[in-house]
Ligand binder design. Structure first.
Ligand SMILES: Nc1ncnc2c1ncn2[C@@H]1O[C@H](COP(=O)(O)OP(=O)(O)OP(=O)(O)O)[C@@H](O)[C@H]1O
Ligand SMILES: [Mg+2]
Length: 285
């Protein structure tokens, strides 16, 4: 890990410097396509808009960034510039009451991926981190030096999995590696795409069993998210599920995850009659 990352880690852990602010949440998984980007974008929206937190979302899926698709933005200004030495303030852009650093798609050569240097990103983060309550990191899938590095500096790493055995096995491998390499154990688990809530709880219990018995660590369950056709719509850039379908069980559960994260009661939704009627008509429920 670069010395800049070490500095950032020290800064995050030092209550003095941060006066209790800026929690870094890393969204990671073993297997790909389990819902990390959906969850990190949803959490950014909910923390900023319902909990009034100052949020910075970073698309750190290097070379395969797609946060911009969910947010309906063009990734003209993106993380690549920061990795190449630009100041992070040049690429931070506002959207839905939070700040985002978009990712980039495609690499020019295989060496670019291997040598993508996150040192400048860590250095820049040190400068801006105290301006935020939360910095959220959307990672690529699996174990590599980037995902390990970003999760290692996180206050909490949210492991996203589905009930599928391969996703669960890979989630365990991710947890095991971070624990064995760095003694890191601040994990919360989100089980996504569940048919029933009990399927989600059983999936978590299987992961918890392995973590406790083979690693001696205890995991926390952050939430159980249902399959939702409105999430798929979000990923096509047509809507943002937590914004446009607040009654969708996926959105309800994301709000609970954010509530658990902040430790604050969910503010009463101040929705007028007409707004509520329009929403119900639009959602078709
Ligand atoms: N709860 C859900 N219900 C239905 N579909 C979902 C749900 N969560 C995610 N999906 C679908 O799964 C696909 C992958 O979602 P997403 O891009 O968020 O995963 P990811 O873990 O970020 O993937 P990658 O590893 O490629 O970065 C998308 O097509 C999305 O529509
Ligand atoms: Mg993703």
């Amino acid at each position: 890990m670069s010395s800049q990352a070490e500095n950032l880690l020290r800064l995050i852990k030092s209550k003095e410097n941060l006066s209790g602010k800026a929690k870094v949440l890393s969204f990671a998984s073993g297997k790909g396509g389990v819902g990390k980007t959906g969850v990190s974008v949803s959490m950014a929206y909910v923390l900023a808009n319902l909990f009034d937190k100052k949020v910075l979302l970073l698309d750190c899926d290097i070379g395969l960034g797609n946060v911009h698709i969910l947010l309906g933005l063009e990734p003209n200004k993106n993380l690549k510039a920061v990795l190449e030495g630009a100041h992070i303030r040049e690429v931070i852009q506002p959207v839905y009451n939070f700040d985002v650093v978009l990712g980039f798609s495609g690499i020019d050569s295989i060496d670019d991926l291997e040598s993508a240097d996150t040192a400048n990103l860590f250095l820049q983060l040190e400068e801006v981190i105290s301006e935020y309550d939360y910095v959220l990191i959307d990672n690529s899938a699996g174990l590599n030096r980037h995902t390990i590095g970003f999760s290692r500096v996180a206050t909490t790493t949210y492991i996203i999995t589905t009930p599928e055995p391969t996703a669960l096995t890979d989630a365990y491998a991710f947890i095991k590696s971070l624990y064995k390499l760095y003694g890191y154990s601040s994990f919360k688990v989100v089980v996504n795409m569940c048919q029933t809530r009990s399927e989600g709880f059983e999936t978590f219990e299987r992961l918890q069993f392995s973590a406790k018995n083979f690693l001696g660590i205890s995991l926390k369950l952050a939430g159980v998210l249902p399959r939702s056709r409105n999430v798929a719509r979000s990923l096509r850039g047509k809507a943002l599920v937590v914004k446009d379908y607040p009654s969708d069980p996926y959105s309800v559960e994301i709000r609970k995850i954010a509530q658990l994260e902040t430790g604050e009661a969910l503010p009463e939704e101040k929705e007028g009659f007409i707004a509520r009627l329009l929403r119900i008509l639009r959602e078709g429920v």
